[in-house]
Design a protein around this ligand. Structure first.
Ligand code: NAG
Ligand code: NAG
Ligand code: NAG
Length: 494
């Protein structure tokens, strides 16, 4: 591996030269770099050592055509068996930390609160975490990254209020069993995708289509589950474990199509319906006012006896407000947005509740993902918006990256990282945004949900045709290492 790594470092020189308008400023000493994966996307071993089925196991087995080329995560990168190799790659990259997620159905195979904990599941994550610490790499652990135990889906999944209690049991178990080693916890990854895609448009497991109803119920339960996990940590573990807890929220940037008041309002509304849907409750208490006003009014006109957007009690509002030690942002892409005439009142969906017109510019570079355009300035605007809207919090960038169809000579990925990191650095040094961490998605090519293995985000390539799943560094891995060691994006830094 080291030999290939050297070759790619040499090849790289040419690529970086042809870049770029990137800043030649350097990253401050406190700024940390990491790389990320998620359990279902890399682990495999889907039914090994008493792990039970989760919603992704279930949908890919029951409906293979749900995923491109009928693929699934049964083996994926086989990280369940190859975690030491993964840690060796992270060490070679030189990252400060690794963001990975824990498989709920590996830890609580029966899903329900009070049911037995699987000791082998705990052992696996203790092994992985200890291996990281032994190599000087800090763990940043996502408690839930989309892989709900199937048994909990059988009782209705996230729209069922009982999930709060089952999640709290699982989270407490992790704090108890891993909290001596793990000091940074992320309760949920991109809850908007769990709720909107899982229960709204059906694009992710469990594939339910009930937009404008089930997605709001899902979020309501999920926010309470998040708050409960935060309070459990606060009351039972923080004093002895000294860690921190936050939630990962994703958003595009919505660039107003013009400077008109209407388009500016449409942009703000879109941000509130995406990032604000989750951040406003945990920072300020309650959903954004624009969501409450619009969904309440449309529900009433549609003849619903009560709003499709559930209401928190005063007690719940107080319980949820302030449940974050930092804000975390996943950011990849940007759309233009403009105001539009009110949607047909008969249409019941999140999209018609939001009711803005969005599109992307044909001139923006594409990727292998239809939702991902290369718009580096968008991330600077998102960071400024989050900072301004939520009282200048500490911000972790918990995902950012570029997809292609594969190959080791990934100059478009290097370009993406260079240009996005340049905008992040300018947000930090010129705009005063308090970003302290940057996480590249992903450490390696992996199971990209309904795109299966056709879309690649990795710094390392994985050969999915080889039962050994060998990993090979791409040129972008060498570039990322160079950024981490020089703390600079270009060859000539101040
Ligand atoms: C954890 O590590 C121990 C010691 O290397 C090993 O015997 C055990 O099989 C590992 N367990 C898992 C689940 O990886
Ligand atoms: C960023 O936030 C952390 C945590 O609140 C704080 O310690 C640090 O001083 C902040 N840095 C800046 C530059 O505001
Ligand atoms: C860094 O960039 C600035 C502004 O573009 C330029 O004036 C300066 O010469 C550059 N420094 C180096 C070492 O290239």
């Amino acid at each position: 591996m080291a030999y290939k790594f050297l070759i790619s470092t040499l090849l790289l020189v040419a690529v970086v030269k042809e870049a770029t308008s990137a800043t030649n400023l350097t990253f401050p000493d406190y700024f940390k770099f990491g790389a990320a994966t998620a359990s279902y996307q890399v682990e495999g071993a889907w039914d090994e050592d008493d792990k039970s089925e989760n919603i992704w196991d279930h949908i890919t087995h029951a409906t293979p055509t749900y995923v491109d080329e009928n693929d699934n995560g049964d083996i994926a990168c086989d990280s369940y068996h190859k975690y030491k190799e993964d840690v060796a790659m992270l060490k070679e990259l030189g990252v400060d930390y690794y963001r990975y997620s824990i498989s709920w159905s590996r830890i609580v195979p029966h899903g329900l609160a009070g049911t037995p904990i699987n000791p082998v599941g705990i052992e696996y994550y203790r092994n992985l975490t200890q291996e990281l610490l032994d190599n000087g790499i800090e763990p940043l652990v996502t408690i839930f990254h989309w892989d709900t135990p199937e048994i909990l889906q059988d009782i209705g999944g996230w729209p069922n209020p009982e999930l709060e209690e089952h999640y709290a049991y699982y989270a407490r178990t992790l704090f108890e069993e891993l909290g001596d080693l793990v000091k940074l916890w992320l309760t949920f990854n991109e809850p908007k995708q769990t709720c909107m895609q899982g229960y709204g448009d059906g694009e992710k497991a469990p594939g339910i289509k009930a937009s404008g109803v089930a997605d709001y119920k899902c979020t309501h339960v999920l926010l309470k589950a998040h708050a409960k996990a935060y309070h459990i940590y606060d009351e039972e573990f923080r004093a002895t474990q000294n860690g921190r807890v936050g939630m990962v929220i994703d958003t595009e940037w919505f660039e107003p199509a013009s400077g008109s008041d209407q388009d500016l309002e449409a942009s703000e509304r879109a941000l509130q319906f995406t990032y604000g849907w989750y951040a406003n409750p945990i920072v300020n208490g309650n959903y954004p006012q624009v969501m409450i006003d619009r969904i309440d009014a449309r529900s009433e006109e549609q003849g619903y006896p009560e709003s499709r957007l559930p209401k928190f009690t005063d007690e719940e509002l107080e319980y949820i407000q302030g449940t974050y030690d930092f804000l975390a942002v996943n950011q990849y892409s940007t759309s233009y947005v403009e105001w539009q005439e009110e949607a047909d009142i008969n249409v019941i969906s999140y999209g018609s509740d939001l009711n803005v017109h969005t599109w992307t510019d044909d001139s923006w570079e594409s990727s292998a993902s239809d939702w991902l355009k290369v718009v580096p300035w968008g991330i600077r605007k998102v960071l400024n918006w989050v900072s301004k809207t939520y009282k200048n919090p500490e911000i972790f960038i918990t995902e950012n990256g570029y997809s292609d169809a594969g190959g080791l000579e990934d100059d478009r990925r290097i370009n993406y990282y260079t240009e996005y990191l340049s905008n992040i650095l300018e947000a930090v040094l010129e705009d005063g945004v308090n970003v302290t961490r940057y996480t590249a998605w992903s450490l390696m090519d992996n199971f990209e949900w309904t795109d299966g293995y056709t879309v690649k985000f990795g710094l390392y390539s994985v050969d999915f045709d080889d039962p050994e799943r060998p990993r090979t560094p791409k040129q972008s891995a060498a570039y990322y290492t160079k950024v981490i060691t020089t703390r600079c994006l270009v060859d000539t830094c101040e």
